[in-house]
Write a protein that binds this ligand. Structure first.
Ligand code: SF4
Length: 368
């Protein structure tokens, strides 16, 4: 792709025309306050728009501005994020809201360099907030934009290599329309999401096809090239379902500094290796993490869940124990009895929601 001023101007015009005609109407686009743009950008990291929509509405209704988020209890913030995954994003957003109140008088900064100082805000997010909410001419580069750029220039090197990332940032900046950075950046991301899709790009309907090397060669899906992918590691774990006479389930809060930190779950632990004895591991977890000696009963089901680089297989067992004793959290930081009809009473991960579904099936149809 040539980068003459005429070429760049023509490409920007074609892209802008398409965006204004085809863009999706999303709540953070209709009312792009700095706070709403910021929340949406954090939620959209690693998560699809369709998934984010109901969470976004719930979140900004509960915490309508920086001040209300900053003043909120972390457990309430996590509860609003519950099910969206990647909970560190919620914790960082909460911490950053407190930073904005303490260091910037409650106003989200407009300068990308200042935004970069906020917890959880990287180069992409800083540029997205600055450009979309404030009209600052800062280019964005996310997964969608990277794919479009790799195809435009038929980038043969792996796009995750640092040198290629640098070149892609530079190309994104060269393409940016300095007179309309908000619309331009959103158009690039929208093009990647709606037209230049990973598996089935619609080159025939693409507004920038006239300037696209991969589109012209008919091999768009050969790009972006990736270096060897990280393998997904299989991990095995167990947990125990303790049910009180009234149907309430024993749940425990994970420490803050571990995966799924601060979220609640049925007590359990990861296994040291795939062949470890499951029932003994359940009993050991209750002893070590809750100071409870329990009797492990029937196997209730198996739940599978994929994290970024780990595929977890979790076996769920019925557990009976001296429930007259209040469990004393050791590794866990708190315990509670959860009414399964009200799972939102504490922040739960998607994984624990799957475990609760197993528990509900058990109650409906007997043990496996
Ligand atoms: S022409 Fe095809 S490969 Fe090129 S940007 Fe458009 S959709 Fe993507």
């Amino acid at each position: 792709m040539r980068r003459s001023p005429e070429t760049l101007a023509a490409l920007r015009d074609a892209l802008a025309g398409w965006y204004h005609a085809r863009r999706r109407h999303l709540p953070w686009r209709e009312d792009p306050t700095p706070y709403r743009v910021w929340v949406s950008e954090i939620m959209l990291q690693q998560t699809q728009v369709a998934t984010v929509l109901p969470y976004f509405d719930r979140f900004v209704t509960a915490f309508p501005d920086v001040a209300s988020l900053a003043a909120a209890d972390e457990q309430d913030v996590l509860a609003m994020w519950s099910g969206l995954g990647y909970y560190r994003r919620a914790r960082h957003l909460h911490e950053a809201a407190r930073q904005v109140v303490a260091e910037h008088g409650g106003a989200v900064p407009s300068d990308p360099a200042t935004l970069l100082g906020l917890k959880g805000v990287g180069r992409y997010t800083a540029a997205a907030i600055a450009s979309i909410a404030f009209g600052v001419p800062a280019a964005v580069l996310d997964g969608n934009v990277s794919r479009v750029l790799a195809r435009l220039v038929a980038e043969d090197r792996p796009v995750d290599a640092p040198a290629v990332q640098r070149d892609q940032w530079e190309l994104a900046e060269a393409l940016l329309d300095p007179t309309a950075p908000s619309a331009h950046n959103q158009a690039m991301m929208e093009l990647g999401a709606l037209v230049c899709a990973p598996k089935a790009p619609d080159c025939a309907g693409c507004p920038v096809a006239a300037w696209c090397a991969a589109g012209a060669a008919g091999n768009a899906t050969d790009y972006p090239r990736k270096a060897g992918r990280t393998k997904v590691k299989p991990v095995h774990a167990v947990c125990g379902l303790v049910e009180r006479d009234d149907g309430a389930l024993l749940v425990a809060r994970r420490p803050d500094d571990v995966l799924l930190g601060g979220l609640w779950e049925l007590p359990g632990a990861e296994l040291a290796h795939a062949r470890a004895k499951r029932r003994e591991a359940v009993a050991a977890a209750f002893g070590a993490r809750l100071d409870l000696a329990v009797e492990v009963g029937g196997h209730l089901g198996t739940v599978e869940h994929v994290f970024t680089h780990r595929k977890l297989t979790l076996d769920v067992y019925r557990v009976r124990g001296p429930l007259s004793e209040a469990p004393r959290p050791r590794w866990y930081t708190d315990v509670a009895w959860l009414d399964p009809a009200e799972p939102d009473a504490v922040p739960l991960s998607k994984l624990t929601r799957k475990v609760l579904a197993v528990a509900a099936r058990t109650r409906a149809g007997g043990e496996a």
